[in-house]
Design a protein around this ligand. Structure first.
Ligand SMILES: Nc1nc2c(ncn2[C@@H]2O[C@H](COP(=O)(O)OP(=O)(O)O)[C@@H](O)[C@H]2O)c(=O)[nH]1
Ligand SMILES: [Mg+2]
Length: 326
C-alpha cells in the first residue's frame, strides 16, 4: 500500500510535505512511479506563477530568492523553489553556502525547496523541470521560483519555462553591454541591477535603458530595478514589477498561451526522447537495423536512404516527395 500511487496522491492532497518531497524525487528521477504521478488526472494543474531568476554567478540570485520568498510568504502566499545547480567543481563551495542559506528559509512555513543537479549541461534545465513545476502547482503553490545560472543556453531555456524572467546583473560589469548586444539580455521581463551599493549602478541602469529602447518588441516595457539584496533594499520594487508583469500576462492572454505552448513543447520533447530510445534499442538488437547501419557506415547507402528504411519499418508514413524511390 505504501508504494501505491493513490496512497501518495492522497497524502499529497492532505498537504503532506513528505508526499510532496517523495513525488518531486520520483518525478525528478523520471522513475516509472514518477511518470505515473505526473500523468495523474489530479495533478494536471498549471495555476502557479512561474518566475525565473537568472544572471551570472555571484550576482546575488540566491540572496534575492531568499528575500523575495520571505516577502511573498508574508503576503500569505506559498512558494516552491527550484534551484538548478551547475555541476562545475569551481562553484561547489558557493553551492554549499547556498544550501545553508536556503535551508534557513525552508524552516518558514509554506516554502519548499528542491535542489536539482544538472546532468552534464552546465546550469541547464533538466527535462523534468517543467514536471516539477507542475507538481508544485498541483500542491497549491502560488509561486514557483526557479534559480538558474545565466550561462548561455540556460538563459534561453528559462525563457521557455517561466512566465516571468528576472535577470540580475551587477554594476560595472564590463560586459553588460556586450551581453546585450549578443541578444541574451532581451530575454528578460524585469531587469535588476543588484549590488547597487557598489559604484556604477546608475550608469548600468542608464546603459540598460538605452539598449532596451532600441530593442523594444512588445507592449511590455521591461522595468529596471536597483537592489541591494543583502540589505533587503529594492525587494519590494522587484516584487511589484513581477506582479505587474503577471497582470500584463493575464490581461493579454499571454498567460494561457504560454501554458499551451509549454504543454505542446513537452509533448514533442517526450515523444522525441521515447522515439530515440526505441530507435537506439533497435539499432543494437534488430538485424534489419544492424544491417542498414552497417551499410551506412561503409558508405554504401546515404543517411536519407537508411532513414527511410527505418521509418518504413516503424510504419511511419512520410510526406510526398520524401518517399523512397525504390
Ligand atoms: N555588496 C553586495 N553583496 C551582495 C548583494 N547581494 C548578494 N551579495 C553577495 O554576493 C555573493 C553572491 O551572492 P549569491 O546570492 O550567492 O549569488 P548567486 O551566485 O547569483 O546566487 C554573496 O556573498 C552575497 O552575500 C548586494 O546587493 N550587495
Ligand atoms: Mg546561487
Amino acid at each position: 500500500l505504501i508504494n501505491s500511487i493513490e496512497y501518495w496522491i492522497d497524502r499529497f492532497f492532505q498537504k503532506d510535505i513528505v508526499a510532496l518531497s517523495k513525488i518531486l524525487k520520483e518525478v525528478e528521477n523520471e522513475t516509472t512511479m514518477g511518470m505515473e504521478f505526473i500523468q495523474h488526472p489530479k495533478l494536471q494543474n498549471s495555476k502557479a506563477h512561474i518566475i525565473g531568476i537568472t544572471g551570472p554567478p555571484g550576482a546575488g540570485k540566491s540572496t534575492l530568492v531568499g528575500k523575495l520568498t520571505k516577502l511573498i510568504a508574508e503576503l500569505g502566499l506559498s512558494v516552491g523553489i527550484i534551484c538548478i545547480d551547475p555541476t562545475s567543481p569551481f562553484t561547489q563551495g558557493a553551492l554549499l553556502g547556498d544550501r545553508v542559506r536556503m535551508n534557513e528559509l525552508a524552516k518558514l512555513n509554506n516554502i519548499f525547496i528542491k535542489s536539482l543537479a544538472t546532468r552534464g549541461n552546465l546550469g541547464g534545465l533538466t527535462n523534468s523541470t517543467s514536471d516539477l513545476i507542475q507538481v508544485f502547482s498541483a500542491f497549491g503553490k502560488d509561486i514557483v521560483l526557479i534559480e538558474t545560472v545565466g550561462v548561455g543556453q540556460a538563459e534561453f531555456e528559462i525563457l521557455n519555462t517561466a512566465d516571468s524572467v528576472v535577470l540580475l546583473n551587477v554594476p560595472g560589469l564590463g560586459d553588460t553591454v556586450q551581453t546585450l548586444k549578443a541578444g541574451i539580455m532581451e530575454i528578460a521581463d524585469i531587469y535588476v541591477i543588484n549590488q547597487a551599493d557598489r559604484p556604477g549602478a546608475d550608469e548600468s541602469v542608464k546603459d540598460l535603458k538605452m539598449m532596451l529602447r532600441e530593442s523594444k518588441k512588445s507592449d511590455w516595457v521591461p522595468p529596471i530595478v536597483k537592489s541591494v539584496a543583502t540589505q533587503n533594499e529594492g525587494i519590494q520594487d522587484i516584487l511589484y514589477a513581477i506582479q505587474k508583469h503577471e497582470y500584463y500576462l493575464k490581461s493579454t492572454n499571454l498567460w494561457d498561451e504560454k501554458r499551451v505552448s509549454r504543454r505542446y513543447k513537452r509533448l514533442i520533447e517526450v515523444t522525441k526522447n521515447e522515439f530515440i530510445k526505441k530507435l537506439e534499442e533497435k539499432i543494437h538488437t534488430n538485424s534489419l537495423y544492424i544491417n542498414i547501419v552497417k551499410d551506412l557506415e561503409e558508405g554504401k547507402v546515404h543517411p536519407v536512404y537508411a532513414s527511410l528504411i527505418i521509418l518504413k519499418d516503424m510504419k511511419i508514413t512520410f510526406e510526398e516527395g520524401l518517399n523512397d524511390k525504390n
